[in-house]
Design a protein around this ligand. Structure first.
Ligand SMILES: CC(C)(COP(=O)(O)OP(=O)(O)OC[C@H]1O[C@@H](n2cnc3c(N)ncnc32)[C@H](O)[C@@H]1OP(=O)(O)O)[C@@H](O)C(=O)NCCC(=O)NCCS
Length: 152
């Protein structure tokens, strides 16, 4: 069924909503063909709701149903006196894609970052993720950086 993005509500996901978040989180991990130990997901969920932690979650609610999330965090930078905002995870449930929810989630993170006086929102994606890049190319700039990673 079509979703009217104007009726989608974006708000922080409360600590009593884990049962709604968990299937989406599992879907996201499956998308990345990975799995996490239960205590890692437990810790992540707990830190979203710990006011001492700079880790946050926004949810997109279509007809009251949690249909997508954005996980983001703030960190210091050597290049700016203010924090940078890193959008770590973005996911929209399969049946809810293509109706503007992903865009609305990213724009909501922009607002949160502005409110926190952050001077930059940035994120990574795989160069093969055409669906995500179709969205990102419309709302941010690709400066051509590539990621190196050493797993420790
Ligand atoms: C990437 C993802 C979050 C996008 O969410 P979404 O709600 O479908 O995106 P939107 O509907 O907001 O799309 C916004 C724009 O991108 C374009 N777009 C989205 N999917 C597209 C597709 N498959 N083909 C072409 N354009 C597409 C739309 O045209 C739309 O543009 P418009 O608003 O000007 O019409 C979603 O596809 C998803 O969860 N994918 C799996 C997980 C993933 O890849 N996460 C991101 C990891 S970096």
């Amino acid at each position: 069924m079509a979703i009217d993005s104007k009726t989608v509500v974006i708000r922080p996901v409360g600590d009593d909503e884990r049962a709604a978040w968990e299937p989406l989180w599992d879907g996201y991990l499956t998308f990345y063909k990975t799995a996490l130990a239960q205590d890692v997901s437990d810790g992540t969920w707990q830190r979203f709701h710990d006011t001492a932690e700079p880790l946050f979650i926004l949810g997109a609610y279509a007809d009251g149903k949690l249909s997508g999330f954005a996980h983001y965090l703030f960190h210091r930078s050597t290049w700016a006196p203010s924090s940078y905002c890193y959008l770590e995870d973005l996911f929209v449930a399969e049946g809810a894609r293509g109706f503007g929810i992903g865009r609305a989630l990213i724009e909501a993170v922009y607002e949160k970052a502005r409110a926190a006086n952050s001077s930059r929102v940035y994120w990574l994606t795989n160069e093969t993720n055409a669906q995500a890049r179709a969205l990102y190319d419309k709302i941010a700039d690709n400066l051509g950086f590539i990621q190196y990673r050493k797993v420790l």
